[in-house]
Design a protein around this ligand. Structure first.
Ligand code: SAJ
Length: 417
């Protein structure tokens, strides 16, 4: 069976490689010549553990090839980006284009699967009308389904294989066909439903997390005014068997959780009030962190600040939608002199390597991401070079007691004492 995967990004490429490793003949299609050039040599341009080896093997044994356009195939899997525009609406151009390009090639018995995270009714309202132009009877002669991924960047291959999946077909036959296909590498359960329910499941999974992070961020702010520690409240509340409070922080980054809730809001703006408020709460955290810096330093103009961490979460190099980017921008706007240090992000690695030099004359150290390397920081050295002994920890990661004993003014986001 031949599978064509359209879009070779963080999800498309691992998915293509997984199918290829199970013996399917897979063609990966992408518009980016850099991706294709690399792939021809069995190489990849993204960072993901285990993926370089897997791709090298399946390219070498001829199971994964690439092209800049689709051609005839038994299965077409669409994994193109669905970005959110400046006015917070889903930009579905790439999905529509991908569906258009396969119309000339679909034949009776084929399947078209949408993997991209999409607003509810994308399959029914956008994809089906395009695919109808093939003249095939949808659901009978051409199977159509949504099969969203649930993998965590950094553990993609393991999670692709082991996580359960929701598959939503435009009819039962479509859903069953797709379940059978994914069974080739998915060890987790595969649950069948309709396409719009599957679209909504994917969005609600990330929205659940966003709303809960917003709740934690609100708790952090309230705790500060009450003079208590939100992190203690969370730890103790989570002893309850049915409670799972999330962690506060400087904001929500990445290309999923900070984006997907907008796809629901767009469909029902007057009803999605809690979802909207949560987005706003989380997007307001960079500003809140910056105002805390200002309070600690009695103003920001001319202050030298070292920002530790640039990525959107710990131990990855991914800076997409990172709240740290907004924090740095706001600090600079307020006249602060900011240096970013991050061992994982090439652009900021040098500053981290020379941290004790970089921190000379700094008034504040702001910890924004809890990379494991930051556990090893030598604060007695830092204390010797910094002009002001101020630390703001937005992740409850540093040893506050030790820092205070070393003479630092240690401030923890969410702690009023
Ligand atoms: N964050 C907090 N507090 C928390 C948890 C996270 O502030 O309690 C922040 C992180 O620092 C980060 C952001 O949220 O900036 C998102 O990080 P994450 O690790 O929670 O999630 P992602 O975006 O890397 O991956 C998510 C996952 N979804 C869920 O866990 C529900 C993943 O399973 C999805 O496949 C992925 O989105 C996606 O592609 O949709």
């Amino acid at each position: 069976m031949k599978i064509t995967v359209i879009g070779l990004g963080y999800i498309g490429l691992p998915t293509a490689a997984m199918f290829a490793s199970k013996g399917f003949s897979v063609t990966g299609v992408d518009v980016n010549p850099k991706v294709l050039e690399a792939l021809k040599k069995g190489e990849i341009i993204i960072e993901e553990p285990g993926l370089p080896e897997l791709v090298r093997d399946v390219v070498q044994n001829g199971k994964l090839t690439c092209a800049d356009k689709p051609s005839e195939s038994d299965v077409f899997i669409i994994c193109v980006p669905t970005p959110v525009s400046a006015d917070k609406k889903a930009d579905m151009r790439f999905v529509a284009e991908a569906a258009q390009t396969i119309v000339p090639f679909v034949r009776e018995g084929n399947a078209v699967i949408l993997e991209s995270t999409s607003p509810p009714k994308t399959v029914e309202g956008l994809m089906c009308p395009i695919l109808e132009k093939s003249g095939l009877i949808l659901g009978e002669e051409l199977y159509i389904a949504h099969s969203p991924e649930r993998v965590l960047p950094g553990s993609i291959l393991r999670e692709l294989e082991n996580n359960s999946r929701v598959v939503g077909g435009i009819n039962k036959k479509s859903a069953e066909f797709v379940r059978h296909l994914y069974r080739s590498f998915v060890k987790g359960e595969i649950f069948l439903t309709d396409a719009t329910t599957a679209e909504m499941c994917k969005l609600m999974e990330n929205t659940y997390r966003d709303v809960n992070i917003a709740l934690a961020n609100e708790l952090a702010k309230i705790s500060e005014t009450l003079g208590i520690n939100a992190w203690d409240v969370i730890e103790l509340s989570n002893k309850h068997p049915r409670v799972n409070l999330h962690q506060p922080g400087p904001g929500v980054g990445g290309h999923c959780i900070a984006v997907d809730p907008w796809f629901i809001i767009e469909k029902a703006p007057s009803m999605a009030s809690l979802i909207n408020l949560s987005r706003e709460t989380n997007d307001g955290m960079p500003g809140y962190v910056v105002s805390k810096c200002g309070k600690m330093l009695g103003g920001l103009s001319g202050r030298k600040i070292i920002v530790l961490g640039a990525s959107y979460k710990p131990d990855v190099d991914d800076v997409r939608e990172s709240p740290m980017k907004y924090i740095v921008g706001l600090l600079r706007e307020a006249g602060a002199e900011v240096t970013v240090a991050d061992p994982h992000v090439a652009k900021f690695a040098e500053a981290y390597k020379n941290l004790y030099e970089t921190a000379k004359g700094a008034h504040l150290l702001l910890l924004g991401v809890h990379h494991k390397e930051f556990k090893e920081l030598d604060f007695s050295l830092l204390s010797g070079v910094m002009a002001g002994k101020n630390v703001l920890d937005t992740r409850n990661f540093l040893d506050g007691r030790a820092l205070r004993e070393a003479g630092f003014n240690y401030v923890l986001l969410g702690a009023g004492k």
